[in-house]
Design a protein around this ligand. Structure first.
Ligand code: NAD
Ligand code: UFG
Length: 337
């Protein structure tokens, strides 16, 4: 059985679907601080089975121990964490405490139960801003611009250190680029609370009429159209990478890092145009100033993931936008009603 922490969230629900469809039994632990339990009913509608669920805070050692006592856990995927970059600047203590405590407690409880295999949600945000593109796994890390990024950077250091201390451990650190899209069923997808921080959920809320217009954060970057370039990856591709990582962890020992992206960069305006095409709706925008901390261009080197993990992203921008739009238009208020 695979334990999925944060399994009720955006990426977690998609990972549950892919794991279950690959034949794994899944148990989800989530405190629902940024998700709805209903998302797991939707997972059940897709897979025919609801994952076992415990509403537990990963930082609660006693409660997490009880989950491990009750379930025969062979490996863990650790998604649980707070992820809003701007909020982390306002509430650094909450971010350090929640994200790092979750890492510590999870590792302690895994150790107590002899569980050796872990896949961790890291981020391209751990890369330093002064690298050449594409980023590869040995590009420079650090110089994070916000507490959220530091929690991922520190998480990586903790997991690397644990693997040095215990050669029987197997930890896969996945550095995600920009996950977007939704399951093709339209039943699960990203359900941001309040004003979306990220481009794609913002664009889809403009398309559905919830927000007037998008603000493009700067059009004077050194990129083909002047707007920021990122490596957007379909969340279902990303979820599939987790199934490969779980298998990889079962067969290899030590700590291994993989970028999970497509290797392609798309600009903000590329995304706006692709979304307009997929939805048939206009996405009005205005150009505003640059957002602090943003880089001009970020995209992944994908060779290592292809060669060693066997991962190649399948879905293109058109599909990412079509699936986002299906989710958005079938669920204008997310999981709420
Ligand atoms: P999400 O907020 O939808 O999912 C995270 C889940 O963790 C939520 O369901 C939340 O309720 C839960 N959670 C948070 N703290 C918890 C705790 N202490 N105990 C139990 N549950 C807790 O976010 P997501 O987009 O699905 O991201 C999943 C992981 O991937 C996160 O660690 C995030 O930092 C990382 N990541 C996300 C992105 C992205 O752009 N979405 C990019 C890089 C990395
Ligand atoms: N953007 C806008 N307007 C918006 C939102 C975003 O123009 O309203 C632009 C940004 O300036 C950037 C691009 O759209 O050029 C993408 O921005 P996102 O906020 O969607 O994504 P980021 O690349 O800034 O960061 C995201 C996550 C991080 C994660 C990183 C991994 O928020 O947590 O991807 O690469 F670490």
């Amino acid at each position: 059985m695979i334990l999925v922490t944060g399994g009720a969230g955006f990426i977690g629900t998609h990972a549950c679907v892919e794991l279950m469809q690959a034949g794994y039994e899944v148990v989800v632990v989530d405190n629902l601080v940024n998700s709805h339990e209903k998302s797991l009913d939707r997972v059940a509608m897709i897979t025919g089975k609801r994952p076992l669920f415990f509403k537990v805070d990963v930082c609660d050692e006693k409660a997490l121990n009880q989950v491990f006592d009750q379930c025969d856990i062979e490996g863990v995927i650790h998604f649980a964490g707070l992820k809003a970059v701007g909020e982390s600047v306002q509430k650094p203590l909450e971010y350090y405490q929640n994200n790092l405590d979750a890492d510590f407690v999870l590792c302690k409880v895994m150790k107590a139960h002899g569980v050796k295999n872990l896949v961790f949600s890291s981020s391209a945000t751990v890369y330093s801003g002064d690298n050449e593109m594409p980023l590869n796994e040995s590009s420079k890390t650090g110089n994070c611009t916000n507490p959220y990024g530091w929690t991922k950077y520190m998480g990586e250091q903790i997991f690397k250190g644990l693997c040095v201390a215990d050669p029987e451990l197997s930890i896969v650190l996945l550095r995600y680029f920009n996950p977007v899209g939704a399951h093709e069923s339209g039943l699960i997808g990203e359900d941001p609370q309040g004003i979306p921080n990220n481009l794609m959920p913002y664009v889809s809320q403009v398309a559905i009429g919830k927000r007037d217009h998008l603000t493009v954060f700067g059009d004077d970057y050194d990129t083909p159209d002047g707007t920021g370039v990122r490596d957007y990856i379909h969340v279902v591709d990303l979820a599939k990478a987790h199934v490969l990582a779980v298998r990889y962890a079962a067969e290899h020992k030590g700590c291994e890092i993989f970028n999970i992206g497509t290797g392609n960069g798309s600009s903000v305006l590329d995304m706006v145009h692709a979304f307009e095409k997929a939805s048939g709706k206009k996405v009005p925008y205005v150009v505003g100033p640059r957002r602090a901390g943003d880089l001009a261009t970020v995209y992944a080197g994908t060779e290592k993931a292809r060669k060693e993990l066997g991962f190649v992203a399948q879905y293109d921008l058109e599909r990412m936008c079509a699936d986002s739009w299906r989710w958005q238009s079938m669920n204008p208020n997310g999981f709420e009603n």
